[in-house]
Design a binder for this molecule. Structure first.
Ligand code: KIV
Ligand code: ZN
Length: 390
């Protein structure tokens, strides 16, 4: 296993689909799963099989369909959950059971009413039972972000002994700061006996807008799997966004951390997930928002027209977006107007541009955006048209 390979674990169909209103039927899930497989994700978390007959059916159908990725099913540390997940994953080429239990003070005390030793016992029993069905068992320490590092290390050590292949360290409540989350991963790397037998995984939520930053901090400190969703959808404020994490690694090649993601598919899969889930993507969303490569202020437009790299740190075509766009508003300058006017057939001289620009500003002050059609109107109404078309 190469140490600079970062595995991408997509949980759009499990943590993402938990969002109210985002529920998908099996056909829609199969469509997304086949695109995720083509995108190059390493693991598809297909669902939580014990949660409903519909989810069982979807996980089973995805397990039959997917050709390359590992297909994973979520369980609690409960025998029946694990048995049902194993049944749903029976046809997968590469099945993984994802089991776990809460390890923070509040989860142990309020959710499980159990002592730390009882939690370790249940964790080990769950992993041991899951290993009786599949080789690949991932363990999650729920609320690891707020768990005591020393106790977390004890849990990790025990489940590795029981055969866990991946250790998921979720910041379930999105509470950690990047420095803190990175140090947690580093602590586990340095203090868990047998850690080399397992992959550490980041699963971060976005309650404070830090999910991506925390995941990257985890990777920089030794984690080699990131759990994420398309468009960052997920419980509450969402999960780490797949497109953000993978483009951060791609755009910083000196880190020498690679994924298997075909970035040119990011825009189309973002649109597919948004449409099937009925969950619009905010226009200013990094990488896949409609404004991610749109330039509207005069200073920026002038730079981008001269050379795209003045204001763009990645090429839109690398993420499957068609091109950078120069949006005309009342903040746009002459360079942008000349550029857009040329695109629709007007090669304006400097003098003509000065005149049209004055009329353009009057129009733009009254409208949010100036379209190609508006440019035709402005040029036709402008004083220069009298000379141009006389
Ligand atoms: O956020 C979380 O802790 C989870 C686990 C169930 C993996 O989604
Ligand atoms: Zn989660």
């Amino acid at each position: 296993m190469s140490s600079n390979r970062v595995y991408i674990f997509d949980t759009t169909l499990r943590d993402g689909e938990q969002v109210p209103g985002c529920k998908l039927n099996t056909t829609e899930k199969l469509l997304i799963a086949s695109q995720l497989d083509k995108l190059g994700v390493d693991v598809i978390e297909a669902g939580f099989p014990v949660s409903s007959p519909g989810d069982f059916q979807s996980v089973e159908a995805i397990a039959k369909l997917v050709k390359n990725a590992t297909v994973c099913g979520l369980t609690r540390a409960v025998e029946n959950d694990i048995k049902i997940a194993a049944q749903a994953l029976k046809y997968a080429k590469h099945p993984r059971i994802h089991t776990g239990i809460g390890t923070s003070e509040s989860h142990m005390k309020y959710k499980f009413k159990a002592t730390p030793d009882q939690i370790i016992e249940r964790a080990v029993a769950a992993v041991t039972y899951a290993k009786s069905f599949v080789e690949d068992v991932e363990f999650y320490a729920e609320d690891a972000g707020r768990s005591d590092n020393e106790f977390l290390a004890k849990v990790c050590e025990a489940v590795i002994k029981a055969g866990a292949t991946v250790l998921n360290i979720p910041d379930t409540t999105g509470y950690c700061l990047p420095e803190e989350y990175g140090q947690k991963i580093k602590y586990l790397k340095e203090n868990v006996t047998g850690i080399d037998k397992a992959i550490l995984s980041c699963h971060c939520h976005n309650d404070l807008g830090l999910a991506t930053a925390n995941s990257i901090a985890g990777v920089l400190n030794g984690a080699r799997q990131v759990e994420c969703t398309i468009n960052g959808i997920g419980e509450r404020a969402g999960n780490t966004s797949l497109e953000e994490v993978t483009m951060i690694l791609k755009q910083h090649p000196y880190l020498e951390l690679n994924t298997n993601i075909n970035s040119k598919m990011l825009t189309s899969i973002s649109q597919l997930v948004s449409e099937t889930m009925g969950m619009p993507v905010q226009p200013n969303k990094a990488i896949v928002g409609t404004n991610a490569f749109a330039h509207s202020s005069g200073i920026h437009q002038d730079g981008v027209i001269k050379n795209r790299e003045t204001y763009e740190i990645m090429n839109p075509t690398d993420v499957g977006a068609t091109t950078s766009s120069i949006v005309l508003t009342a903040r746009s300058g002459r360079a942008a107007l000349a550029y857009r006017a040329k695109n629709v057939g007007y090669n304006l001289t400097k003098q003509e541009l000065d005149t049209v620009y004055r009329d353009f500003l009057h129009f733009a002050d009254k409208h949010k955006e100036v379209t190609d059609n508006d440019i035709h109107q402005i040029v036709k109404m402008s004083a220069i048209s009298k000379q141009m078309y006389a």
